[in-house]
Design a protein around this ligand. Structure first.
Ligand code: INI
Length: 156
């Protein structure tokens, strides 16, 4: 039996982070968690991390596609926060963001980690950005690194 399982450490990996400015008071914490995880746990060097800010979560798929197309990155981490309001806007922004990111990953075979919070309230978002429910930015960063290693091992 052959088992393939990736480790998280990926020294030498080049990682891009695409991050939305909308709800940036939450996204700043996601970014802090992601960069900390990449460097401290993943052993990724500061020079190998590129951060790209865009207006909102809706813009993340196009941004990630542009980053992937450069072939300069081994993985991309998408960070943002979509909070449900009183209109259908939430469904459109969150839905397009998530399906768009999935399409980029499937078409390119470059890992795209989904660090976009989709919550019912600001409180739920705060809980997932470094307080009682962990930091989803850090989790997404570690997922990206593990997937770099899994895809590499599959192709080897
Ligand atoms: N963008 C977000 O990242 N989060 C939100 O909660 C949000 N809401 O609620 O409107 C949001 N809207 C902006 C959107 O992402 C685009 O930037 C905008 O529609 C222009 O394309």
């Amino acid at each position: 039996m052959k088992t393939i399982e990736g480790v998280v450490a990926a020294p030498g990996a080049r990682v891009a982070i695409a991050i939305a400015r909308f709800n940036n008071f939450i996204n700043d914490s996601l970014l802090e968690g992601a960069v900390d995880a990449l460097k401290r746990i993943g052993q990724v060097s500061d020079d190998d991390i590129t951060v790209v800010w865009v207006p909102g979560a809706y813009e993340l798929p196009l941004t990630v596609r542009a980053l992937v197309d450069t072939k300069r990155y081994d993985a991309v981490v998408a960070l943002g926060t979509v909070i449900r309001g009183g209109t259908a806007h939430f469904e459109f922004v969150a839905g397009e963001c998530s399906s768009g990111l999935a399409s980029v990953a499937m078409e390119s075979v470059v890992p795209v980690a989904f660090g976009v919070l989709t919550t019912e309230s600001i409180e739920q978002a705060i809980e997932r950005a470094g307080t009682k429910a962990g930091n989803k930015g850090a989790e997404a960063a570690m997922t990206a690194l593990e997937m770099i290693n899994v895809i590499k091992a599959i192709k080897a």
